[in-house]
Design a protein around this ligand. Structure first.
Ligand code: FES
Length: 118
């Protein structure tokens, strides 16, 4: 079953793109991913046990699988549909698929802050 999309709480424009404050980082449990609807895109945010956060396109380039529902193995997410693997830091597939689009995400004052290039 697919997790429902979460939405943004506020936005602002900068020279590098549109900054979206997605709300509390606790919406994404440690070791999991969640999908957000941002500017008409679906973006998956992952929170690693190391404390790192990563954001990539939410739909798998193979056949559209929900990457936010995938298993995280260290720094890699496995798509739940056919188990293709993607490096979260780079978006590159380790199983021969096209790379994922990546987005800049950080945690500021306990909130996820995502930048979408404009
Ligand atoms: S849809 Fe993701 S591996 Fe096939």
């Amino acid at each position: 079953m697919s997790t429902p999309l979460l939405s943004t709480s506020s936005t602002s424009a900068t020279a590098v793109g549109t900054v979206h404050r997605l709300g509390s980082v606790d919406q994404v449990p440690v070791g999991e991913g969640r999908a957000f609807a941002v500017d008409g895109r679906q973006i998956a945010v992952f929170r690693l046990r190391s404390g790192a956060v990563h954001a990539v396109q939410a739909r798998c380039p193979h056949k559209g699988g929900p990457l936010a529902d995938g298993q995280i193995d260290g720094s890699i997410v496995l798509c739940p549909l056919h188990m293709n693997a993607y490096e979260l830091a780079t978006g590159c597939s380790t199983t021969g698929q096209p790379a994922l689009a990546g987005y800049t995400v950080a945690v500021e004052d306990g909130e996820l802050v995502l930048t979408v290039p404009g």
